[in-house]
Design a protein around this ligand. Structure first.
Ligand code: TYD
Ligand code: MG
Length: 465
């Protein structure tokens, strides 16, 4: 016995309601609720089932896993994020904004898989085969074991997989794959989830590793890959600023390893190239002798990355002066301006404030608070900070400095690039050798150590030389 009923589901977060609503009550997104027809069949009991299950339960130490070792992708930065490579039978979702370089990355991954002696199948549902071949030619990724098909129907996709018998499959993108037998339009949550479900089943039953590409736009216009996150084993975000070359690959979910590693690439004429030393690229064009600039030693996963933080002030007569934050959190900027005003007596009244993390990076961690405070104070008072100074520390509402994670790793990276003076929280663990540390309990003390509010020639920094 089966019966059908109608549900209304948010295409962003997957939340279901019995009534349509303009706004999803779970995630708060507007205009994301779509109608979905569900066919429910009555559950069956053990007695009703004619056959025994295909799989049998075994003691855990008797489960054979020898064939389930990761297949390297041949791209070191990808293998580092995946903890070795693609696990057979796994499903990975790679998501990112349109144009960020997902297709380029995946073409390079399948080429690496093919070059490693395995067969890869690239299914393009957005571009023609000819387009993909031309791009592959330009990237130098042609390989006889790299197979290509242009397909949007999920049943045909399964057919191609059965025919080619690849080790790794890429579906680019999951939003353009659909089942014409379903009444919903391609790209809707029903279609995306159904196609992904079928591909997950194929991966699990055959041991083929499948990579799904998913688009996210800032306004969530396409079926949100968030719906897919539960279905897949691994979720990788490919991020960056389209106007800058740097791209980062991060795992937000990974059933086979840690989610702490970050892969760093640069988009070049010949595709994505590995960046082994992101810090020196971020600091390459640093101007000397300009106020409002300091380096923050940040941590991305396990990797220390030095980022230049800049601030600029402009006089204004506006009652509500402009606050602009790029690469740093606007909320955090407002918070730190308030702390500087209240705890260090620096007023930003009648001044437009611009704050920037240079190079298109997003600095999201509170460990960069102190560096941002020093950049703001430096811009405000037109004091040039020493070029070899870095600062680490989270700032609290009381102006107090709190410890940050992995301080040693951050300062070692700074020292490697010649930045040997560091302002750190008073109770931080010891700095690595070769670093001249200056300890401060609060923002006011950190500002004094950096040379603010003292007569020229009398700073702790100068006496340290
Ligand atoms: P693409 O991989 O098509 O992005 P996505 O699949 O995420 O939509 O690549 C997008 C951009 O990358 C494209 O606008 C041009 C740039 N690009 C390069 O700079 N160099 C290259 O070698 C390639 C292939 C692309
Ligand atoms: Mg693409």
């Amino acid at each position: 016995m089966s019966r059908t009923r109608t549900l209304f589901r948010c295409r962003d977060c997957g939340h279901a309601e019995t009534k349509w609503a303009g706004r999803c009550p779970a995630c708060g997104a507007w205009s994301t609720i779509e109608e979905e027809v569900v066919t429910a069949t009555g559950g069956s009991s053990v007695d009703e089932r004619a056959s025994a299950p295909a799989d049998v339960a075994l003691p855990i130490d008797q489960i054979d896993f020898a064939e389930w070792v990761a297949v390297p992708t041949g791209l070191d930065e990808v293998d580092r994020v995946l903890g070795g490579g693609l696990v057979p039978g796994s499903v990975t979702l790679v998501h990112g904004e349109p144009g960020i370089g997902k297709s380029t990355l995946l073409l390079q991954i399948v080429r690496g898989v093919a070059a490693g002696g395995r067969r890869a199948l690239y299914l393009t549902a957005e571009e023609s085969k000819q387009q993909v071949r031309l791009r592959a030619e330009r990237l130098g990724t042609l390989h006889p074991e790299l197979w290509l098909a242009s397909e949007t129907d999920v049943v045909n996709v399964l057919h191609h997989i059965a025919q080619v018998k690849p080790d790794v499959v890429v579906v680019d993108s999951i939003q353009t794959i659909s089942d014409p037998a379903l009444s919903s339009a391609p790209g809707t949550v029903v279609q995306v989830r159904e196609s992904a479900n079928r591909l997950v089943q194929v991966a699990k039953s055959t041991g083929i590793a499948i990579i799904l590409v998913g688009h996210v736009t800032k306004d969530g216009a396409l079926a949100g890959p968030r719906v897919l996150e539960h279905l897949v084993d691994t979720v990788l975000g490919f991020e960056g600023d389209r106007h800058h070359a740097m791209r980062m690959l991060r795992a937000t979910k990974h059933r086979f390893g840690s989610t702490d590693e970050t892969g760093v690439f640069a988009m070049s004429e010949g595709g994505l190239v590995t960046v082994t030393d992101p810090s020196s690229i971020f600091l390459a064009d640093r101007a000397q002798g300009v106020s409002g600039s300091i380096v923050a030693p940040t941590i991305d996963g396990h990797r220390p990355i030095l980022v230049e933080i800049q601030a600029l002030m402009v006089d204004t007569t506006m009652a509500v002066p402009r606050r602009s934050a790029e690469g740093v959190d606007p909320g955090r900027l407002g918070f730190l301006l308030a702390v500087l005003e209240k705890r260090a007596g620096i007023s930003f009244d009648r001044r437009e404030v611009y704050a920037l993390a240079v190079g298109g990076v997003q600095v999201r961690e509170p460990g960069a608070d102190l560096a941002l405070c020093l950049a703001l104070a430096s811009a405000r008072q037109n004091v040039v900070l020493p070029p070899d100074l870095v600062a680490c520390g989270e700032v609290g509402l009381g102006g107090e400095l709190r410890r940050v994670t992995h301080l040693e790793r951050r300062l070692t990276e700074a020292a490697r690039l010649g930045l040997r003076r560091a302002i750190i929280p008073a109770n931080a663990p010891p700095s690595p050798p070769g670093v001249h540390e200056l300890r401060a309990a609060d923002v006011g003390e950190a500002l004094r150590l950096a040379g603010f509010g003292r007569p020229r020639g009398g700073t702790d920094l100068e006496s340290a030389e």
